[in-house]
Design a protein around this ligand. Structure first.
Ligand SMILES: [Zn+2]
Length: 147
C-alpha cells in the first residue's frame, strides 16, 4: 500500500480500550482495525470480530505519525460529510419550494376549471409555470437508454 493510500485510509474500527502500561497502539493490516495491543492475541493477531470468528490479521505497531494521519483523515471526512449534509438540506428546500408551487398551481387549475390545453400552452402564465415544474421534475427521472 502506498503512503498516499495509507494517509487517506480511515480505520474500519477503533478499539475503545485505553492505552495502558506497556501496551502500544496497533493497526491490523487485514481489516484496518486500530487500537491498544492489549486487545490482540498472544501472537499479536487482530481480535476484531468478522462474522462469527476473529479477523486474526497481522498487526503493526503504529506511532504518533500514523495516529495523526488518522485524526487528520477523520477531520477531512467530517468536513466533507457536513458539506454533503448542507447540500442535501439546500436541495430538500428547493424540492419543497417546487412541490409547494406545484400544489398551488394544481389548486388554481382545479378552482378555475381551466382546460388542460392551457397547461401545455407555454404562451400562458399557467403553461409557463407547469413547464417549469415539469422541467425540475425531469432532472430526477432516469435517463432513457440509447438503443
Ligand atoms: Zn483485523
Amino acid at each position: 500500500m502506498s503512503n498516499v493510500e495509507k494517509k487517506e485510509r480511515i480505520p474500519s474500527c477503533i478499539g475503545q480500550k485505553p492505552l495502558e502500561g506497556s501496551y502500544y497502539a496497533s493497526e491490523c493490516t487485514l481489516c484496518g482495525w486500530v487500537g491498544s495491543s492489549e486487545a490482540l492475541t498472544d501472537d499479536c493477531q487482530c481480535t476484531q470480530e468478522v462474522g462469527d470468528r476473529y479477523c486474526l490479521g497481522d498487526t503493526d505497531e503504529i506511532g504518533t505519525d500514523r495516529l495523526l494521519e488518522i485524526v487528520q483523515a477523520m477531520a477531512r471526512r467530517h468536513v466533507e460529510s457536513q458539506q454533503a449534509h448542507q447540500r442535501l438540506i439546500e436541495h430538500t428546500n428547493e424540492t419543497e419550494k417546487y412541490l409547494d408551487d406545484a400544489a398551488e398551481l394544481l389548486g388554481e387549475i382545479v378552482q378555475s376549471g381551466q382546460a388542460y390545453r392551457e397547461c401545455t400552452d407555454k404562451g400562458s402564465a399557467t403553461g409557463l409555470r407547469v413547464a417549469a415544474v415539469l422541467g425540475y421534475v425531469a432532472q430526477f427521472q432516469p435517463e432513457a437508454h440509447q438503443p
